[in-house]
Ligand binder design. Structure first.
Ligand code: GLN
Length: 540
């Protein structure tokens, strides 16, 4: 294919309509036809990246292989497309302005007044086109964060308008809106969609395709009405009906031929409809599974739907591939103590101790880990979860009763988890953690080695603190083995208790690297152990 095609996805009426899922699903359909596809997200806030936002503000912070702290939608893109994203896939207003201001200081615009149009819009456009020119993608799908009409997203909408004009047939716009059901009137209402499209038209953009988010299937008179009022062809009014799983959305869009409409509009041959075999097999497995596996997720943000998004999805994928329904128990780490651990965690097949920052909730993680270790429940600790595993073991097995991480207690007499050397002079909080993919060498024979089936792995990181190697011999002598180490820096990446059924802590985040067609091996292994644990319980 010669020219890259650019698809923009905007949203109207309300937020949280699932632009990310629609973008990822459309990307999947085009990819299934053999095209090289990437998806990009523009976030209209001033932060340079979401790395400094807490989960209450912005859900999970996703990390790309090249170490960019990114919006969680990039996780959806990777899980759907099975293609890694980079820092070029997530741009914020802060980054756009930073780049323009740096250029201004250098003198790149010498003599000129620097303005939103053309300087900010040019920078936005440069970032869109970069994915086409640098990586040679056939399709670049760009999701514009926020809702049309927001002050903050205006420069992005204006950039889309300009690009549509410049790129002609190589560009198209998809607008996602909401069709509410008014129970008292027993009717679906299209007025918000009409208004939202009018707003987009006022800004100079005529959408080519409309996606209507709806609770139930809309009848043809409604889609026809929307088409008529919004200048959109009737077959280009697509419905995104609520489904129990986001992984059904590609098939819903395919049934309505959304990918064919896109191909026709950008002047490409349509060809045969892809079978989506692997995808359908995954969904079939999900529906046919009858037995459940009970996994407890212990964290301080469990009440937030999006805080552990990648972990939730990785667990779901691993459960499905192991022919089980995932029964996920969210356990708030602030609510666990030694007295209630048995009643909160007793019936679980496996326990996952979540990543995190700061002191709040760690006492509960220690209590959960003590209970899991003493009762031999398969357990996976991720990042702070792994660090808590080390601290709990130090306190209750090594007898270092005041052991801690210096993140939690700066003056602890036994800093078994300590600030990394490279972090000691860090003063800026933004993008300064140990981020992105690093090598790890696994010890042959360990559970982690068996999970991956190889000695050398690469996984992504996001942390400042680390296992303190001064204590390594004491841990190993007592039974906690350091089975994964970074070959260059000697940093401990994986600890295990070999005499337990499955008790593994990883300093890295395997959840960032688990996709629908390629579930993460460590999650798969953890899930198998949890399922085996379930069986043995039944046999008792
Ligand atoms: N707070 C810990 C650290 O900075 C763990 C980070 C995490 O769980 N992502 O090392």
């Amino acid at each position: 294919m010669t020219d890259t095609k650019y698809i923009f996805v905007t949203g109207g009426v309300v937020s949280s309509l699932g632009k990310g899922i629609v973008s990822a699903s459309l990307g999947k359909l085009l990819q299934a036809r053999g095209y090289k596809v990437t998806i990009q997200k523009f976030d209209p806030y001033i932060n340079i990246d979401p790395g400094t936002l807490n989960p209450y503000e912005h859900g999970e912070c996703y990390v790309t292989v090249d170490g960019h702290e990114a919006d969680l939608d990039l996780g959806h893109y990777e899980r759907f497309l099975n293609v890694q994203t980079t820092k070029d896939n997530n741009i914020t207003t802060g980054r756009v302005y930073q780049s323009v201001i740096n250029k201004e200081r250098k003198g790149d615009y010498l003599g000129k007044t620097v303005q939103v149009i053309p300087h900010i819009t040019d920078e936005i456009k440069r970032n869109v086109k970069l994915l086409g020119s640098k990586y040679k993608f056939d399709f670049v799908i760009t999701e514009i964060g926020g809702t049309v009409g927001d002050i903050e997203s205006l420069p992005y909408i204006e950039s889309v308008r300009q690009l549509k004009w410049e790129l002609g047939k190589n560009c198209l716009c998809v607008h996602l809106t909401y069709v509410p059901y008014i129970a008292a009137a027993k009717e679906y209402k299209t007025k918000p969609t009409q208004h939202s499209v009018k707003q987009l038209q006022e800004l100079g953009i005529q959408p080519d395709i409309l996606v209507l988010r709806t609770e139930r299937e809309l009848n043809q008179s409604i889609t026809r009405k929307v088409a008529l009022f919004c200048n959109v062809a009737e077959d280009a009014v697509i419905q995104s009906i609520d489904r129990p799983t986001i992984y059904e959305v590609p098939l819903i869009l395919q049934r309505q031929k959304m990918d064919e409409i896109v191909l026709r509009k950008v002047g490409l041959e349509v060809g045969p409809t892809p079978e989506m075999k692997q995808w359908k097999e995954f969904l079939d497995k999900k529906t046919t599974a009858t037995e459940t596996v009970r996994i407890g997720l212990v964290g301080k943000y469990v009440e937030l739907q999006d805080a552990y998004k990648s972990i939730d999805e990785s667990l779901l994928q691993a459960a499905i591939y192991n022919n089980r329904k995932l029964d996920l128990h969210l356990v708030h780490s602030e609510k666990i103590n030694d007295q209630n651990a048995a009643s909160l965690l007793g019936g679980l097949d496996g326990i996952l101790i979540a990543p995190g920052f700061g002191q709040r909730g760690v006492a509960g993680k220690f209590a959960a880990l003590k209970y899991a270790r003493e009762n031999d429940i398969p357990t996976l600790g991720i990042c702070l979860g792994m660090q808590c595993m080390v601290i709990e073991y130090a306190r209750n097995v090594l007898g270092l009763t005041e052991a801690n991480s210096t993140e939690i207690e700066r003056t602890t007499p036994d800093p078994v988890i300590d600030l990394m050397e490279e972090q000691k002079n860090v003063t800026n909080m933004g993008a300064s953690m140990r981020l992105g993919a690093y090598d790890c060498t696994l010890l042959k024979g360990s559970k982690t080695y068996k999970a991956y089936g190889k000695e050398q792995i690469q996984e992504r990181h996001r942390h400042r603190f680390e296992f303190n190697n001064e204590y390594k011999d004491r841990f190993e002598a007592a039974g906690m083995k350091c089975v994964g180490v970074n070959p260059e820096t000697n940093l401990v990446e994986v600890v295990e208790l070999p005499d337990k059924k499955w008790f593994v802590g990883v300093q890295y985040h395997p959840e960032y690297n688990s996709t629908v067609v390629n579930p993460n091996p460590l999650f798969m292994s953890f899930m198998k152990a949890a399922i085996d644990n379930h069986k043995s319980e039944e046999q008792v």
